[in-house]
Design a protein around this ligand. Structure first.
Ligand SMILES: Cc1ncc(COP(=O)(O)O)c(C=O)c1O
Length: 377
């Protein structure tokens, strides 16, 4: 039985500075609604009925395949791509297909809370793995649980620390998977937003798609309420997924899938990503400059190489949970790392999103947050 008291739901209260939100104010609403309207008018059986597009709308799976091959070096064909209603839904299907209840799964600590909840709900035994500046310490995991056959990671921008898994660690992780005949679940949720240089290669691409199950989402590049994500599975798992996705009832509406296919096909997707990359870089600079100005010298503010959020490590005398409570009372959202913790060994830090905050609100909101931090000491 699912015991909900074991899971926590953190309700959003403010766009500033909730992590994981894209820029709603800059979304190309006119283009999107035009495409959506055209698709919503299609009442043919394959658009309006059950199970005509097993695993997702064919043209969307094809469009995603070329996007992933060229932008992320993912090795796949359309029949390995499955459209699901969220990253969580994809992970849920993975856990239920590949793991027995009670089996061990490795996870970054701190890590993505909803993933933890999904894996717990599937009855898995989560083994926390610490991080350092190079990302997941897979060498420690080797010793802590030799039975684990699945690991969930966010290698591009570790959630919430923002660390990128180093090239050496990527290879170590894949070697681990090879030795153990294990699966690596690579959650690549916002890798599109790397500001300088090219994104790091995906684990899936390095591995050639043998041990890695790749998860992607439209929540960051488009917006979260679309409820559309995708799973790229190794060729050997494709038949099982083709059955499992409709079985789980986790498919997004067909007119949304078809509108997304057109959005990509007509080039809007790529131009939106390019525009948002520039915008997020600008918003990040405004936010970090404002925090540096308002916090003074005592608290360093890092500027990560990409992403839609950053982490702010606080001095020990200034508990992140206390700052978070006061920020909430002042109409701001400041998420403490402890929400993402599996053990108590997580940094005293805040996870702050800047991508969704309109420019005019960045400085006043940063000023309020900085004054709360300084007053909490
Ligand atoms: C690590 C991580 N994965 C995936 C997602 C997106 O999940 P979904 O596809 O359910 O919106 C997020 C959103 O914040 C995230 O932080």
């Amino acid at each position: 039985m699912l015991r909900l008291s074991r899971f926590s739901l953190h309700l959003p209260r403010a766009v500033a500075f909730m992590p994981g939100l894209p820029a709603f104010d800059e979304f190309p609403v006119k283009v999107w609604t035009r495409l959506l309207t055209v698709q919503a008018h299609r009442m043919q059986p394959d658009m309006a009925g059950y199970n005509f597009h097993l695993g997702g709308y064919g043209p969307l799976r094809e469009a995603l395949t070329s996007y992933l091959r060229s932008s992320r070096k993912v090795v796949c064909d359309p029949d390995q791509v499955f459209i699901v209603s969220s990253t969580r839904a994809g992970l849920d299907i993975i856990c239920r297909l590949l793991c027995d209840p009670g089996s061990a799964v490795l996870m970054e600590d701190p890590g993505y809370n909803p993933a933890k909840n999904v894996m717990r709900a599937a009855g898995l035994n989560i083994v926390p793995v610490p991080l350092d500046a190079d990302g997941l310490r897979i060498d420690l995991a080797e010793r802590s649980d030799p039975t684990a056959r699945l690991v969930y990671v966010t290698p591009s921008h570790q959630w919430p620390t923002g660390v990128s898994l180093s090239v050496r660690r990527r290879q170590q992780l894949l070697d681990w998977a090879e030795r153990r005949s294990a699966w690596v679940v690579e959650d690549d949720y916002d890798s599109e937003f790397r500001f300088d240089g090219r994104p790091l290669p995906t684990l899936q691409g390095i591995d050639g798609g043998r041990h890695v199950i790749y998860l992607g989402t439209f929540s960051k590049v488009m917006f979260p309420s679309l409820r559309t994500a995708y799973v790229v599975v190794p060729r050997s798992l494709a038949p099982a997924f083709r059955e499992a996705v409709p079985y789980a009832g986790q498919e997004p509406p067909m007119h949304i899938q078809a509108a997304l296919a057109e959005f990509i096909h007509q080039g809007h997707f790529f131009s939106h990503i390019r525009r948002m990359r520039r915008l997020y870089k600008r918003r990040q600079a405004l936010f970090t400059d404002a925090m540096i100005r308002h916090l003074g010298d005592g608290i360093p503010v890092d500027r990560p190489a990409g992403g839609m959020q950053l982490s702010l490590v606080l001095p020990g005398v200034c508990p992140a949970t206390a700052v978070s409570l006061s920020a909430g009372a002042a109409g701001l959202y400041a998420k403490p790392f402890s929400i993402s913790a599996l053990t108590n060994a997580v940094p005293n830090a805040l996870h702050l999103g800047f991508a969704a905050v309109p420019e005019r609100l960045i400085d006043p909101s940063a000023k309020t947050l900085a004054s709360i931090i300084l007053a909490t000491r």
